[in-house]
Design a binder for this molecule. Structure first.
Ligand SMILES: *Cc1c(COP(=O)(O)O)cnc(C)c1O
Length: 393
């Protein structure tokens, strides 16, 4: 074992794929301290800038004094508190679904729902660029697992046409692709699913809280109801600024998950105070809608500034604005040069993305200012080599 691990780690180093963790000495926010140095942060998924919001902090503190810290047991044993229950009711209401079920993390929600619904003899079709948790879920389920070309409806339809009549059919996509920032064509996918008698699931980890008039996310943006999009997954650790995840859908779906979703059944409930923080955040979705507007404004500002410099931006209108670099080592070098300029952006490399597709995954949040975005643009102007600039149309 020792030798095998040493060999694998050495190989990682050689490929410029070795990963290291930074130790933050401050709360999440647009400004953080690492090793005593202050940085502007452009790699957090705290899209609405709520992770350090005074109302979330106060709600969590109050709930701790009433409910303590630990969840104590799983939801089915005796760990399901009034706060968890109220959060599920609020999530269902916001999502416009019959019911919602809380999971401790998005990874577990995805594993739980897919493995509870399909198995041997069934069929699961996933976009190639789906989040790792969905790909893992598809493999673990034991269903016949296919990956279709990214956002390619014709490829998906060809695959649906070839499926045998037997077995359930589940189509699963990221609503917003986490490393590319582009969106799935959810309305067309819903129509295709209906045409081929398949069930559609969307993972809205990067859309919930951020899109839609009320912040209900991608399903609100596309106007998809429970029939059109029967399985809606959202997370609470990104735009919502807290922790955890949920599945929203029909009464039948949620009851089935309570009975059969192993990552729901066999894990301790999240601390009730974490649920209280999420509840406080959901209130802010309504009262501080300016956060969504400001985020959109900053995205537009960044994109137009980057276009003027011919930076190799990927096709994204969301808060995820990746710069496509290519080689791992070059992505690492640009990230290091940005760090020297006082700006933190992570380089994303294989195996998270395909070989030759290494990138800087820039994320913008509502807590940033115009001046922060301009500072990022200025630094990119200095550190992105001329060879990476693209011809603008
Ligand atoms: C982050 C993410 C998850 C996992 O959610 P966690 O709550 O962080 O476990 C699932 N799907 C997508 C698309 C994500 O980006």
């Amino acid at each position: 074992m020792t030798e095998a691990l040493q060999r694998r780690l050495a190989e990682r180093h050689q490929q410029s794929r070795y990963r290291k963790r930074r130790v933050l000495e401050t709360a999440q926010g647009p400004r953080v301290r690492v090793d005593g140095r202050d940085f502007l942060l452009f790699c957090s998924n705290d899209y609405l800038g709520l992770a350090n919001h005074p109302q979330l902090i106060a709600a969590m503190q109050l709930a701790c004094s009433e409910y303590g810290v630990g969840g104590g047991a799983s939801h089915l044993v005796c760990g399901h508190s009034a706060l968890h229950h109220r959060l599920e009711e609020r999530l269902a209401e916001i999502a416009g679904r019959d019911r919602a079920l809380l999971f401790s993390t998005g990874y577990m929600a995805n594993l739980g729902v897919v493995t509870a619904l399909v198995g041997k003899g069934d069929h699961i079709l996933e976009d190639r660029l789906n989040h790792a948790s969905l790909l893992d879920a598809g493999l673990l389920s034991g269903a016949k697992f296919q990956r279709f070309r990214h956002n390619d409806l014709a490829d998906l339809e060809r695959r649906l046409q070839k499926l045998p009549a037997e077995g359930l059919r589940l189509i699963v996509v990221d609503a917003v692709f986490s490393m590319d920032g582009d969106m799935a064509p959810l309305s067309d996918l819903a129509a295709l699913a209906q045409k081929y008698n398949a069930c559609l699931m969307a993972d809205d980890a990067h859309g919930f809280g951020v899109f839609g008039k009320t912040g209900a996310g991608s399903s609100e943006l596309f106007g998809l109801n429970q029939e059109q999009l029967p399985i809606l997954m959202g997370t609470l650790g990104k735009g919502i600024g807290s922790y955890g995840a949920f599945i929203a859908g029909s009464e039948l779906l949620i009851e089935s998950l309570i009975q059969f979703a192993r990552p729901y059944i066999y894990t301790t409930a999240m601390p009730p105070a974490v649920a209280a923080a999420s509840l406080a955040s959901l209130e802010l979705l309504a009262t501080e809608s300016w956060r969504r507007d400001h985020l959109q404004h900053l995205i537009t500002r960044f994109k137009s500034g980057a276009a003027k410099m011919a930076l190799p931006l990927m096709a994204s209108d969301t808060a995820i604005q990746p710069l496509l670099v290519g080689e791992e080592s070059l992505a690492m070098a640009i990230s290091a040069n940005l760090e020297a300029e006082g700006i933190l952006v992570s380089a994303i490399r294989p195996p998270t993305v395909a070989v030759g597709q290494s990138r800087l995954r820039i994320t913008i949040t509502a807590a940033h200012t115009d001046a922060d975005v301009d500072a990022l643009l200025g630094a990119l102007h200095r550190v992105v080599p001329a060879g990476l600039r693209v011809a603008t149309l």
